[in-house]
Design a protein around this ligand. Structure first.
Ligand code: 4FV
Length: 245
């Protein structure tokens, strides 16, 4: 999978190429990350990419031309790819949208800065807009890096065999089960006995029960959306009985 990221701060995004899962995915050749700086496509010698907003007000707005030239160059550089703009007014990123993006061979991620980009660029060149949450950060780079990381985890081969995206929270629409490691006792708090039993079936049942219970407690909206099988319903009832004891 290839990610082309249009950003005024290529170094910030390129930091992903040498760290963690994405860094390894690039080393192993499963992921490609290319950055494009609109300053290199500005048609004035100052590399101007922004200007004052029409109608007045604080801050600056990113100009259409440098971005359009950058998008055109990125588009021509490899196979067709959707242009995704990261912005608070986009559809909220979630696991199913991550899986949707994971079905492409390539995506172009457009990072805004300042107050944002000229709306006409969105109308003319953007295929979809995504938000990573109802708050404002100072640029689209961090949201774009979230997209690159979350989607890269779904690319076969990126996660080592020890890790698997199917174990991830939300992979099956549920929050994750709790995790424990050595030592066995911390301030008198023991690891749940089932995890020391060696009974893999009982461990899998316990982990599903915990995921159902915690999702019911913390994110009932997810459980509404996902629904449950009869055996999962029984597991959850059992969980609630255990919790109430
Ligand atoms: C954002 C978000 C976000 C808005 C103006 C960048 C900033 C600045 N992007 N999800 N939340 N973007 O806050 O995606 O240009």
């Amino acid at each position: 999978m290839r990610f082309d990221v249009i950003t005024l701060f290529p170094g910030m995004v390129e930091s992903m190429t040498t760290h963690g899962v994405v860094g390894r995915g690039i080393e192993k050749g499963f992921i490609e990350l290319v950055t494009w700086n609109p300053r290199d496509f500005s048609n004035d010698r100052h590399g101007t990419v922004d200007d004052r907003p029409y109608g007045g007000g604080p801050g600056m707005v990113m100009k259409v031309e440098p971005l359009r030239a950058t998008i055109r160059a990125a588009r021509e550089a490899a196979d067709p790819a959707p242009v995704i703009y990261l912005s608070p007014d986009g559809r909220m990123l979630n696991e199913s949208r991550v899986q949707e993006l994971g079905r492409y061979e390539r995506v172009i991620l457009l990072c805004g800065r300042y107050e944002g980009i000229d709306e006409r660029l969105v109308e003319l060149e953007v295929d979809a807009t995504l938000s990573v949450g109802d708050y404002v950060v100072s640029g689209g780079e961090l949201p774009a890096m979230i997209v690159v990381d979350a989607v890269s985890r779904l690319v076969p081969g990126v996660l080592g065999h020890a890790e698997s995206a199917s174990q991830d929270a939300f992979a099956d629409g549920l929050l994750d089960c709790p995790h424990y490691t050595r030592p066995e006792v911390v301030d008198g708090l023991k690891v749940p006995a089932v995890l020391l039993s060696g009974d893999h079936q009982a461990v899998a049942r316990w982990r599903l029960q915990q995921a159902l219970g915690r999702t019911r407690e913390k994110r009932p909206d997810l459980l509404e959306r996902r629904g449950m099988s009869d055996s999962e319903h029984a597991l959850l009832e059992d969980y609630r009985a255990l919790q109430s004891n």
